[in-house]
Design a protein around this ligand. Structure first.
Ligand code: DON
Length: 566
C-alpha cells in the first residue's frame, strides 16, 4: 500500500469529518461515518459539509438538502444542477410522509416525433445540444420544498453556493478527468466558459464560476422568479434561440413542481417509502421486493448464486413491466395498483425456475443493443437532529447534461428529453425501451428511474438511500436495502458491496465482476445467464439509524462521495 493510500484509509477509519480531498477509491474501501445529531451523505465532500453547516445554524433536513443541492450545482457540475430536475422523498420525525416531483417537463412546442429523422429513425438530438432539454424543475422544487418545510431563510441556504462559485474550490481528480474528457463537446456547444481549461485540468486546480455566481445571486434576490423570469430567463431563451432549442418564456413561467403520494409497501415488517410516477423507481422497487419476499434469501447468504439468480429474474420481469406500463401518470393511466397486487406479483413469478434463466424475449418481445455512455446523476441522504429525513435524487441526465451552458449565466442545461421514448421499442441512452406510456407530449414529464427511498422499522426511521446510475438506480437501491435487511451488513458495508443489474433488455447481467467470486459467475452462466463485466454500478449514498440510535452514513467508495456527520 502506498503512503498516500494508507493516509486515506487512516482518515476514513479515524473519522468522517476530515477526509477531503478524496479521490480514486477502490470499491473495497468503506467510507463510514457515525454521528449523533445529523448526517449528510452526498456526491461531494464540500456539499456534504455545507449541509451540516446549515444544520448547525438551526436548519432542518429540508434546509440542509436544499443547501447541499445548491452547493452540488457548483462543485459537482456534471450532475448537481439548477437547470435539471429531481425528486424528494420526505419523512418528518413524527412520521409525516410526502414526495416532491420537480422533474423537467417537455416544452409546449415538443412533439411525439421530434427526435426522428426523415426516415423515421432516432437522431442524437435528444442527447446533446439545445433541443435535448426539458423545462428545468430544480429551482422551483427548492422553493416549493422550502415554503412547506423550510426553517431557515432561503438566503442562508444559497449563500454557501454563491461563495463556492465566486471564490472557487479545488476540483477532485475524478472531476478533472471528466472535465478533460468532456472538453471537445463542451467546446462544440459553447464559447469560452469556466469548464474548459485549454491546457487541461488536474486535481487541485481551482474552478471559479463567476457567471453561475451571478445567476445564484439573481435567485437569492428575486426568489423563484430570479430563475424563471427576468434576466436569467432571458438568457435561457436567448441560448435556446441561438440554435434549435424550443424552451420559451412561457414554458419557464408555467413550470410547477407537484407534491405526490409516495409509493409505500411493507417488506417483511419494514415500510418502504419511495417515489411514484413520473419515476418508475418506487413501483419497480416495490415489485422487486415483493417478488423476492417469499424466498429464504437470508438463509441462502449474500455471496450465493441462488439470491443472485432470483433477484435477476425479478429484475427481468419488473423492467419489462416498466417498459410497457410506466410513464407520467398525469398523462397516461399507469396501472399502479394492478402492478403491485399480490396476485399479479405471484403470477409474474409463476414461470421462475430456480435452476434455469428465463429468456427476456419470452418474458416480453423486443431486442436491441445497449449503448451506455458516460452518465451521471446524484443522490443525497439527509437526517437532522430531530430525526426528519430527506432523500433527494437530482440530475441533468447525461454527464454535464446537454453540454449547453447558458451564455452569461454559467450553468449547464439538462438532456432529460432522452428519458422519453423517442420511438416505441427503440432504446434510449440507458438501453431502456418504452411505449405509448412514455411518448413525448407537451407539458408531460419523462419517465425516470430515480429512486430516492426512506425505510421505517416499527414506525421509526430506519434508512435513507438512493443512487445515480440511470436504469441501474432501482437495482442498486434494491440490493443495498437487502444487504442490510437480509444480510446484516452495516450501511457502509452494504454500500461498498459489489453490485449487479438486469433490466430485461438486453438479456444479460451487468456485473461488477472484479469484485464477485469467479465461481459465482460460473454458476450463473451454468443457469443460462449471460454476463457482462462493468466497472461500477451506481453511487449509493445512504444513512442507517443504528440500534443505539446513532446515525451511520455510508458514502459510496466508487467515487468522491462523502458522509459528513455532526
Ligand atoms: O431520471 C432518470 O432515470 C435518468 N435521467 C437518470 C440519469 C442518471 O442516473 C445518470 N447517471 N448516472
Amino acid at each position: 500500500m502506498k503512503i498516500t493510500q494508507l493516509v486515506i484509509v487512516l482518515i476514513l477509519i479515524i473519522g468522517c469529518k476530515s477526509s477531503y480531498p478524496v479521490t480514486g477509491y477502490e470499491s473495497s474501501i468503506q467510507k463510514k461515518c457515525i454521528a449523533d445529531k445529523g448526517m449528510v451523505v452526498s456526491g461531494h465532500p464540500l456539499a456534504s459539509k455545507v449541509g451540516i453547516e446549515i444544520m448547525k445554524q438551526g436548519g432542518n433536513a429540508v434546509d440542509a438538502s436544499i443547501a447541499t443541492q445548491l452547493a452540488l450545482a457548483v462543485v459537482y457540475p456534471r450532475a448537481g444542477n439548477i437547470a435539471g430536475g429531481g425528486f424528494m422523498v420526505y419523512r418528518s420525525a413524527s412520521g409525516e410522509i410526502n414526495t416532491l416531483d420537480y422533474r423537467e417537463k417537455a416544452p409546449a412546442a415538443a412533439s411525439k416525433d421530434m427526435y426522428l429523422d426523415s426516415m423515421g429513425n432516432p437522431t442524437r438530438q435528444s442527447l446533446e445540444g439545445h433541443l435535448a432539454s426539458g423545462v428545468p424543475g430544480t429551482i422551483d422544487g427548492h422553493f416549493t420544498a422550502h415554503k412547506k418545510y423550510g426553517h431557515l431563510a432561503f438566503d442562508k441556504l444559497i449563500d454557501p453556493a454563491i461563495k463556492l462559485a465566486e471564490k472557487g474550490f479545488a476540483i477532485t481528480r475524478d472531476e478533472a478527468n471528466r472535465l478533460n474528457a468532456a472538453k471537445p463537446i463542451l467546446e462544440k456547444y459553447n464559447g469560452k466558459n469556466a469548464f474548459v481549461k485549454p491546457e487541461g485540468w488536474k486535481e487541485g486546480d481551482i474552478l471559479i464560476q463567476p457567471d453561475l455566481a451571478w445567476t445564484l445571486k439573481k435567485i437569492k434576490s428575486n426568489g423563484r422568479a430570479g430563475f424563471y423570469e427576468g434576466e436569467v430567463a432571458d438568457k435561457i431563451v436567448a441560448e435556446m434561440k441561438s440554435a434549435n432549442g424550443i424552451i420559451s418564456h412561457q414554458d419557464l413561467k408555467q413550470y410547477n413542481s407537484i407534491w405526490r403520494s409516495a409509493v409505500s409497501i411493507d417488506y417483511k415488517g419494514y415500510k418502504v417509502i419511495s417515489m411514484p410516477p413520473p419515476s418508475s423507481g418506487g413501483i419497480a422497487l416495490a415489485q422487486l421486493l415483493k417478488m423476492v419476499e417469499p424466498f429464504p434469501i437470508q438463509e441462502w447468504g449474500h455471496s450465493d448464486s441462488r439470491p443472485l439468480h432470483l433477484m435477476t429474474e425479478a429484475e427481468r420481469r419488473a423492467y419489462a413491466d416498466r417498459s410497457q406500463y410506466l410513464g407520467d401518470s398525469d398523462f397516461y393511466p399507469v396501472p399502479q395498483d394492478s402492478l403491485l397486487k399480490s396476485n399479479y406479483i405471484k403470477y409474474r413469478m409463476l414461470d421462475f425456475h430456480a435452476d434455469k434463466a428465463s429468456e427476456s424475449k419470452s418474458v416480453y418481445a423486443g431486442n436491441f443493443k445497449l449503448a451506455l455512455e458516460h452518465f451521471e446523476t446524484t443522490h443525497l441522504s439527509v437526517v437532522d437532529k430531530d430525526g426528519n429525513a430527506v432523500a433527494v435524487t437530482t440530475t441533468l441526465n447525461g454527464n454535464y447534461g446537454s453540454k449547453v451552458i447558458v451564455d452569461g449565466a454559467g450553468f449547464l442545461m439538462n438532456n432529460e428529453m432522452d428519458d422519453f421514448s423517442a420511438k416505441p421499442g427503440v432504446p434510449n441512452m440507458f438501453g431502456l425501451i418504452g411505449t405509448e406510456a412514455n411518448a413525448i407530449q407537451p407539458g408531460k414529464r419523462m419517465l425516470s428511474s430515480m429512486t430516492p427511498t426512506i425505510l421505517e422499522k416499527n414506525g421509526k426511521l430506519f434508512m435513507v438511500l438512493g443512487s445515480p446510475g440511470g436504469s441501474t438506480i432501482i437495482t442498486a437501491v434494491f440490493q443495498v436495502m437487502l444487504n442490510v435487511i437480509e444480510w446484516n451488513m452495516s450501511m457502509s458495508e452494504a454500500v461498498a458491496a459489489s453490485r449487479f443489474h438486469h433490466q430485461w433488455m438486453p438479456d444479460e447481467i451487468m456485473m461488477e465482476t472484479k469484485s464477485f467470486d469467479a465461481q459465482l459467475s460460473e454458476k450463473l452462466k451454468n443457469l443460462g445467464h449471460k454476463l457482462r463485466d462493468i466497472k461500477s454500478i451506481g453511487l449509493v449514498d445512504a444513512i442507517l439509524v443504528m440500534k443505539n440510535g446513532k446515525l451511520e452514513g455510508g458514502a459510496d467508495p466508487r467515487s468522491d462521495d462523502h458522509a459528513e456527520g455532526w
